[in-house]
Design a protein around this ligand. Structure first.
Ligand SMILES: NC(=O)c1ccc[n+]([C@@H]2O[C@H](COP(=O)([O-])OP(=O)(O)OC[C@H]3O[C@@H](n4cnc5c(N)ncnc54)[C@H](O)[C@@H]3O)[C@@H](O)[C@H]2O)c1
Ligand SMILES: O=C(O)C(=O)C[C@@H](O)[C@H](O)[C@H](O)COP(=O)(O)O
Ligand SMILES: [Zn+2]
Length: 364
C-alpha cells in the first residue's frame, strides 16, 4: 500500500492505493465522521464489492445504508441527487453522516455533489473501482451532474476526506472501460509530463496487459500529477484548466450524442487528437509531435474519429463550456508534448477545419 497527500491546507486528504485495501478498516476509520455511513454505488459494482465494503464498515461499528443507482452516465442527473437526499432524510441522516462513493466516476461525481449539498455539506470518501476514477475523477473535488444542455453543468468543488483505491477491483473491469481510463492517463503526459508520455509509448503493451507493476506506476504517477496541479489551483482559477485538454471537443461529443454512446475517456481521446490537430494548424506543435500523439492514442485502442454531426451542433455545445470567457470558447492546446497552453484566441475557421477533418477522415 502507498499513500500520497493532496495538499490543500485544512482540506488536505490522503490517496491510498494498493491491493486488498477495501477490507482494511484502519484506512477508513480516520475519514469517517461521528454519525452513520451511506454507501452510494451502482448496479454493476454492488454485486462485486459492496459486501466487502460493508464488512469493513461493520468492523468499525458502522453498519451502512446502501443506495444503488443504475449503472451508466445517464445516472449522473439532478433527479438522482433528489433520490439520494430522499433516502438519507428517510433514514434520519444528519450532518454527522459520511457518504461513501463505491464505483466509477459517475458514482464518485454524483456522491460528491450529494455530499456537498446535503444539509449544506457532509463528509464523503471516494472508493474508486474504475481505472478512470482511480487516476482522475476521485482526486481533486470536482463533483456534479449533467444537464441535457451540457456536461457537468451543475456541481461544486468539494473535496473528499480520503481516496481509497483498491487496485484488485480492476480485475473485473471490462476492457472498453479500462481503455477509456487510459485516455486521462495519456492526458497527464501531454499536458505537463513529457517523460511520462515517453514511458507510456514504451510500456503501453504492459499497461494493456494490466501487468501489476505497469498498472501501479500508471495509477500512482497519474494521481501525483493530478494532486500537484489541484494543490496549486484547487478552484480552477487558471492552471487547473489544463486538466481539461480534449474536453472542449470531448464534452460536446458526449452531450451531442445524448450521454452514453461514447464513454467519457473515449470522447476525451477523440478530443485530444482534435486538440493536437488544432495546435498543429496554429503552428504550436510540429507534425511529428502530432503523429506521436495520434500513434499513442491509436495504440491504446481508443477511438479517434468524431461522430458525424452538423458543425453547428458541436459549436453550440462548445459555447456553453465552463471555460468560456466573455462569450469566447477557450481551448487547451499543446505547445509540445508535455506543455499545455490555455487560449481564447483560436480563429473559428481553424476550429471548423478540425471538426470537419475529424468527422470525415481523422488524422491525415
Ligand atoms: N470529477 C472529475 O474530476 C472527473 C474526472 C474524469 C471523469 N469524470 C467523470 O467520470 C465519469 C466516467 O467515469 P467512469 O469511466 O469510471 O465511468 P462509470 O462510473 O460509468 O463506470 C464505468 C462502468 O464500469 C462499471 N464498473 C465500475 N467499476 C467496475 C469494476 N471494478 N468492475 C466491473 N465493472 C465496473 C460501472 O458500473 C460502469 O458500467 C464521467 O461522468 C466523467 O465526466 C469526472
Ligand atoms: O479535475 C479537473 O479539473 C478536470 O478537468 C478533470 C477532467 O478529466 C474531468 O472530466 C472533469 O470532470 C471535467 O470538468 P469540467 O469542469 O470540464 O466539467
Ligand atoms: Zn475527464
Amino acid at each position: 500500500m502507498r499513500s500520497l497527500c493532496v495538499d490543500l491546507g485544512q482540506r488536505s486528504y490522503p490517496i491510498h492505493t494498493g491491493t486488498g485495501i477495501l477490507a482494511d478498516p484502519s484506512l477508513f476509520a480516520p475519514a469517517l465522521s461521528k454519525g452513520p455511513v451511506a454507501v452510494v454505488t451502482d448496479s454493476n459494482v454492488a454485486p462485486l464489492y459492496l459486501e466487502t465494503l460493508q464488512k469493513t464498515l461493520k468492523a468499525l461499528d458502522k453498519p451502512s445504508l446502501t443506495i444503488i443507482l443504475p449503472a451508466g452516465e445517464e445516472s449522473k442527473s439532478l433527479d438522482n441527487i433528489q433520490e439520494i437526499a430522499g433516502r438519507l432524510l428517510s433514514a434520519g441522516y444528519g450532518r454527522d453522516c459520511t457518504l461513501c462513493a463505491l464505483g466509477g466516476g459517475v458514482v464518485g461525481d454524483i456522491t460528491g455533489f450529494a455530499a456537498a449539498v446535503y444539509q449544506r455539506g457532509v463528509a464523503y470518501i471516494q472508493v474508486p473501482t474504475t481505472l478512470l476514477a482511480m487516476v482522475d475523477s476521485s482526486v481533486g473535488g470536482k463533483t456534479g451532474v449533467n444537464h441535457p444542455l451540457g456536461k457537468n453543468m451543475i456541481g461544486a468543488f468539494y473535496q473528499p476526506q480520503a481516496v481509497i483505491a483498491d487496485t484488485d477491483t480492476l480485475d473485473s473491469l471490462p476492457e472498453r472501460e479500462f481503455r477509456s481510463g487510459l485516455a486521462e492517463v495519456i492526458k497527464y503526459g501531454l499536458i505537463n509530463d513529457q517523460g511520462f508520455f515517453s514511458w507510456l509509448e514504451d510500456h503501453m503493451d504492459a499497461v494493456l496487459a494490466r501487468e501489476p507493476d505497469a498498472l501501479t506506476k500508471v495509477i500512482r504517477h497519474s494521481c501525483k500529477d493530478k494532486a500537484d496541479i489541484v494543490a496549486r489551483d484547487e478552484l480552477e482559477g487558471g492552471l487547473r484548466a489544463i486538466l481539461n485538454l480534449g474536453h472542449t471537443f470531448g464534452h460536446a461529443i458526449e452531450a451531442a450524442t445524448g450521454y452514453g454512446q461514447y464513454l467519457h475517456g473515449e470522447a476525451v481521446a477523440i478530443g485530444m487528437v482534435m486538440a493536437a490537430d488544432l495546435s498543429r494548424r496554429l503552428d504550436l506543435i510540429r507534425e511529428s509531435e502530432q503523429d506521436r500523439i495520434y500513434a499513442l492514442v491509436k495504440a491504446t485502442g481508443l477511438p479517434t474519429l468524431a461522430p458525424a454531426l452538423p458543425v453547428a451542433d458541436y459549436l453550440g455545445f462548445m459555447r456553453v463550456d465552463k471555460k468560456a470567457e466573455e462569450g469566447r470558447v477557450r481551448f487547451i492546446l499543446l505547445r509540445g508534448i508535455g506543455s499545455a497552453v490555455i487560449t481564447g484566441d483560436v480563429p473559428p475557421a481553424a476550429v471548423t477545419q478540425t471538426l470537419q477533418a475529424f468527422m470525415e477522415h481523422g488524422h491525415a
